[in-house]
Design a protein. Structure first.
Length: 30
């Protein structure tokens, strides 16, 4: 089971990637 800090870090990372993907379609997807 992953710790809460790790979970929130991943969630923030996903949101950041999604925001970058919207502003920059050429951004690499992970």
């Amino acid at each position: 089971m992953i710790c809460e800090a790790e979970f929130f870090d991943q969630k923030a990372h996903l949101i950041k990637n999604k925001a970058e993907g919207v502003s920059n379609p050429e951004a690499p997807k992970k």
